[in-house]
Ligand binder design. Structure first.
Ligand SMILES: [Zn+2]
Ligand SMILES: [Zn+2]
Length: 353
């Protein structure tokens, strides 16, 4: 099968003919129909996240936001059938540990990050293997296409889980979103759908325009001010109730914390870069004195996808609104390279392999 393969960190991916996967006893193989191209792919392509134990080198196939049709089923699989139209979460669970059993598959004790480790090759390929398929396969409802689902991939799901499950977003609350790439635009759209008033922050006007189209009522171009937190506090009469760092760099993370009013909640969605290597200093005294909460959000429990599908079915959320373009497998390298200078818009999706 054709696949886009890492040869060397930061160098163009090679389009190669590699062995197609076989289903293990509890796995299925999916013919990939769509897969989002994500900043997480960029991180691993760059060689980031060795401090998390991720070391995806030569031979790794990236791609962790896939949807497609099941074409082969392991002998121990009981519920997933050939021909099923499914999506696959990037944070795969084993289905049996206490975390998975209590509805937290995204923080599975034996979690496998799809596409980032050798044992779980990703979906920038004609076919992808899904381990523990009865637990991990998400059946797509009628009306959600594979490209829509790729648009709902890790960025959308992580934003949804963060805003709908981790933070307490109330009607009319001010929600600030720092960084308007795929995660940030998803967060803007979801916070708006949950009834919040959204302030979007980015360095680029075209990204801020997209944020407005997705529901932001105020925007701030961070290139034009030294004092993003102060501006947000002015716009929101004292500070946001919830503020999202959708990038994972020191400046946006700290700005997010400093944008909050008393008892505000900071939501960290992006993981950090080579610059921070997992640690960002925070304004701790302000967090103490203002009783600020720092919340993490990682993926989304597999058991809660239905909530998003109900909002898609009723038109409250439109995943296609954050899909910027569809491209072929050969274009993945160029899209990753463009992320180095933040030159991709929204969520590009591979739909031909
Ligand atoms: Zn588990
Ligand atoms: Zn992703």
């Amino acid at each position: 099968m054709r696949a886009a393969v890492i040869e060397e960190h930061g160098e163009p991916l090679a389009i190669e003919d590699v062995d197609a996967p076989e289903p293990d006893p509890h796995g299925v193989v999916v013919e990939t129909e769509a897969c989002g191209i994500c900043r997480s792919d960029w991180h691993v392509w760059q060689g980031d996240w060795d401090w998390l134990g991720i070391d995806a080198g030569a031979g790794q196939i990236l791609g962790h936001e896939p949807a497609g049709t099941v074409i082969a089923v392991g002998e121990g699989v009981e519920q997933v059938r050939e021909g099923d139209h499914i999506a696959i979460p990037f944070s795969l669970g084993d289905g049996t540990c206490p975390e998975c059993q209590s509805g937290h598959s995204n923080t599975c004790d034996n979690g496998i990050p799809l596409g980032f480790v050798e044992q779980a090759q990703g979906a920038f390929a004609e076919q992808v293997h899904v381990p523990f398929a009865d637990f991990n396969a998400v059946q797509l409802p009628d009306g959600v296409t594979s490209v829509d689902m790729a648009g709902l991939g890790c960025r959308f799901m992580t934003s949804f889980h963060g805003l709908a499950h981790r933070a307490d977003v109330g009607a009319g609350d001010w929600v600030a979103v720092h960084g308007c790439g795929g995660v940030g635009l998803s967060a803007v759209h979801i916070a708006d759908a949950l009834g919040a008033n959204v302030v979007a922050v980015d360095l680029k006007d075209d990204k801020l325009r997209q944020a407005e189209e997705l529901g932001a009522v105020e925007t701030i171009n961070a290139a034009e001010t030294e004092r993003v937190p102060k501006e947000i506090k002015g716009l929101t009469d004292g500070g946001a109730a919830v503020s999202v760092d959708a990038l994972g760099v020191a400046e946006t993370s700290r700005n997010s914390v400093l944008s909050l009013g008393n008892r505000g909640q900071h939501l960290q969605i992006g993981l950090t870069t080579e610059e921070e290597r997992g640690s960002i200093a925070q304004p701790t005294d302000a967090m103490v004195m203002q009783e600020i909460e720092f919340l993490g959000s990682y993926g989304m429990p597999v058991s809660r996808y239905d909530e998003i599908f109900r909002m898609v079915a009723t038109g409250k959320i439109d995943p296609s609104a954050v899909v910027s373009e569809t491209v072929g497998l050969e274009a993945v390298s160029d899209k990753l390279a463009a992320m180095t200078d933040f030159e991709t818009d929204g969520i590009p999706v591979v739909d031909s392999f």
